[in-house]
Design a protein around this ligand. Structure first.
Ligand SMILES: [Ca+2]
Ligand SMILES: [Ca+2]
Length: 392
């Protein structure tokens, strides 16, 4: 494909000779006479916004900068004008294009109480005697094998629980708290080739040095990637493997144009609901009390994220009434409160349990309306299955 630009217009010549007037210039000279396109296609969970992700394309042994492209809402970009030579090597490095706060929000949404419960269940720490029944995909093991010892055990489940409880951040404790470190964007051929045995044998498919070449003589080239996130045990923000048995495809990104189908399936665990109420009240002393009450009796863990109007409210404290044997957690950061409760024995939180956020007013308030909203919820049943909140 060649491109002629006549500012501000340009025209792509998909095939044949390039024609331009004297006042025009050739803005993209193909190094080879080919008619094919090169597409970058990264598959993301529908819970992740790919437009926040940038792909840095470099080339050669010196990683010479070629271009930085932003992915579209489908995780795709046409990179034909940047990757246009069959005889040199390229590299693609992905980075976060959003703000620090958006990266924090992504982590908060991706790694929640049902991830911790699922891992507790996988290790037998939640429902005794159920070890090894919780995970379905090798990716889940890699995402939660925090100490990378090719084994999922109590230490991993406690690490994930501690992360959700805001005790120790697994992005800080084990890796770097950056997108490129905590969010894996892996060539699909490698991703699909990962098996449980090559993970447990510490013999994962070789990611190589990131260099790849393209064959531009044989149809469009699709550079396909799949994604998963550190700590995201239930893959709520990751993608499942096309071939979960991973029966030994060999990695060759140059041939990845043969990958025809794009799986959009998501690993779904939400198959029941938890009932609850949320009541906001303006008290006589000016404080605003926001109380959540659980009304179901088969919920073992529950997490709520409540955002509030920081121009009118200041967070004071959280008060829990969740019975004995329950671990409660909560903190406030940016403009939201993250709080929850977990019964580590896998027993139910008693129906009628409450968690109450107390805010102090920053100005005289006449009503509690419109000051707070629930922005995210997560819950897990006594069976370890994810539950969806149904506010009454
Ligand atoms: Ca998750
Ligand atoms: Ca481990």
């Amino acid at each position: 494909m060649a491109k002629v630009t006549d500012n501000p217009n340009s025209y792509d010549f998909p095939i044949g000779k390039v024609r331009g007037h004297e006042v025009q210039f050739i803005s993209n000279v193909p190094l080879e006479d080919f008619d094919n396109n090169v597409y970058l296609k990264a598959e993301f969970s529908s819970n992740v916004d790919p437009t926040k992700v940038k792909a840095n394309i470099t080339k050669g042994s010196n990683f010479e900068t070629v271009a930085t492209v932003t992915l579209d809402a489908n995780g795709e970009a046409n990179v034909t004008e940047y990757i246009n030579n069959s005889s040199i090597t390229y590299q693609i490095n992905f980075e976060w294009g959003g703000s620090d706060e958006e990266w924090q929000t992504l982590k908060d949404n991706a790694i929640t109480i049902s991830d911790a419960v699922l891992t507790l269940k996988e290790t037998g720490g939640f429902v005794h005697g159920q070890t090894g029944n919780a995970y379905q995909y090798p990716i889940q093991y890699i995402a939660t094998d925090f100490n990378v010892d090719s084994n999922i055990d109590d230490q991993d489940s406690f690490d994930l629980l501690a992360h959700v409880l805001d005790v120790a951040d697994v992005f800080v404790k084990y890796i770097e708290d950056t997108f490129s470190s905590g969010f894996a964007i892996v060539p699909s051929a490698i991703y699909n080739a990962i098996t449980l045995s090559n993970w447990s044998d510490n013999d994962l498919p070789d990611l190589g040095d990131g260099n790849f070449t393209v064959d531009l003589t044989n149809g469009d080239v699709i550079l396909a990637y799949k994604t998963a996130m550190w700590g995201d045990a239930n893959l709520s923000h990751g993608t499942v493997q096309d071939n979960s048995s991973g029966s030994g495809q060999t990695f060759s990104i140059a041939n990845s144009s043969s990958i025809q189908s794009k799986s959009v399936s998501r690993y779904t665990l939400a198959d029941s609901t938890v009932d609850g109420t949320l009541i906001s009240e303006l008290k006589d002393n000016g404080e605003v009390h926001v109380e959540f009450e659980i009304q179901s009796d088969d919920t073992a863990a529950l997490q709520l994220k409540v955002s509030y109007d920081t121009s009118r409210l200041q967070f004071k404290e959280i008060v829990f009434y969740t019975g004995n044997n329950t671990t409660n957690f909560g903190n406030a950061e940016y403009s939201s409160v993250n709080m929850g409760s977990l019964n580590q024995s896998g027993d139910a939180l008693p129906s009628g349990s409450t968690m109450k956020i107390i805010f102090e007013p920053l100005e005289t308030l006449t009503s509690a309306a419109g000051l707070v909203s629930i922005t995210n919820t997560d819950a897990a049943s006594t069976e370890g299955l994810q539950q969806i909140l149904n506010l009454q």
